[in-house]
Design a protein. Structure first.
Length: 328
């Protein structure tokens, strides 16, 4: 499949952080100054997750009022339109944008306004995932999730847990997400990005329907088999994972192992701007590096539609578009 073919391909993306995917033009407009690419994106010789996370400072400054949040939602869908993304789930942490003048409801509503505007203009269906943060208290995270639950089915599609996994293991959040499950809020969990397969096990036991990254399953054939049988979605982000040193190098990246093991693998950008990537670039990369075939790229997109936190009518639309392009 050529680059032009990949660009035209209808794409589904499930793991995309709002703050890490804002265009340079958006950031410059909000900050009122020119911004160098090196201020927003990591270089090819990024050495660690800590270095990677430094690039979120400027985008975070742009998301501290309703105008910025609304424009951000619109901006990310505008970027996705350029490579024929037809459905995307965009995630962000509402508590990081709360101010004295802007409570959690206002934060969520502002992003949804921007996403709705983008949907109307660019024809991209979306879901908004709200991230609980590992460094926040259970009380704060539970308040946010209960607030977001009010918008489930009205733009919000799920919850997530993000942040420093190595410092805050999933075992500390099982109660929070068991309660999230009880109130009918679906969720994915960032787990297994930092070497602990136990975090993946704990996430699934708490009720997670998807796992963000999941790299620590590498070599755990029994766990791969279990999650494959349960149909748990795996949100892989190849370029980001290599930049943050989730694995030592490309040869250790387990996408082939996971696909061969029958996992519901999906491919995503994670952070379009910070990683200087797109879905096109990710698919090109795995095609060239891991010998991913055309039929497997189609499978990755179908997997994404299968495990999306979307209403059935949206999934039916995605399948219809894919059938027209991919064939049976």
């Amino acid at each position: 499949m050529t680059r032009e073919d990949i660009i035209k391909l209808p794409k589904v993306e499930l793991h995309c952080h709002l703050d890490g995917s804002l265009s340079r033009e958006f950031v410059e407009k909000r900050l009122g100054r020119q911004v160098g690419k090196e201020e927003l994106s990591v270089s090819n010789d990024c050495t660690s997750l800590a270095e990677y996370l430094e690039k979120f400072d400027l985008p975070g400054q742009c998301l501290q009022d309703e105008e910025g949040l609304e424009e951000a939602g619109y901006d990310v869908l505008r970027s996705m339109k350029q490579e024929n993304v037809i459905y995307s789930e965009i995630r962000f942490a509402p508590l990081l944008s709360e101010t004295d003048d802007m409570n959690c409801n206002k934060v969520i509503e502002a992003v949804l306004r921007g996403l709705e505007r983008g949907k109307k203009e660019f024809g991209i269906d979306f879901g908004l995932i709200v991230c609980a943060m590992r460094h926040h208290s259970e009380e704060m995270n539970w308040r946010m999730i209960r607030t977001a639950r009010e918008y489930l089915g009205s733009g919000v599609c799920a919850a997530d847990l993000a942040g420093a996994e190595a410092i805050y293991p999933m075992s500390e959040f099982k109660n929070l997400f068991q309660n999230t499950h009880k109130i009918g809020m679906p969720f994915t969990i960032h787990a297994g990005e930092c070497g602990s397969a136990q975090n993946i096990i704990d996430s699934v036991e708490a009720g997670a329907r998807r796992i963000g990254h999941g790299i620590a399953m590498r070599g755990h054939s029994d766990l791969i088999k279990e999650l494959a049988e349960k149909g748990i979605g795996i949100e892989m982000c190849p370029i980001s994972n290599l930049q943050t040193k989730a694995v030592a190098g490309p040869e250790e990246y387990p996408i082939r192992e996971f696909l061969n093991g029958g996992l519901k693998v999906t491919v995503n950008t994670d952070n379009r701007t910070v990683s200087d990537t797109t879905m096109t670039k990710e698919l090109e990369f795995i095609q060239n590096t891991y010998g991913i075939q055309d039929d497997e790229i189609y499978l990755l997109m179908k997997n994404a539609a299968d495990v999306a936190f979307a209403e059935d009518y949206v999934k039916d639309k995605l399948y219809r578009i894919m059938r027209e392009v991919y064939g049976a």
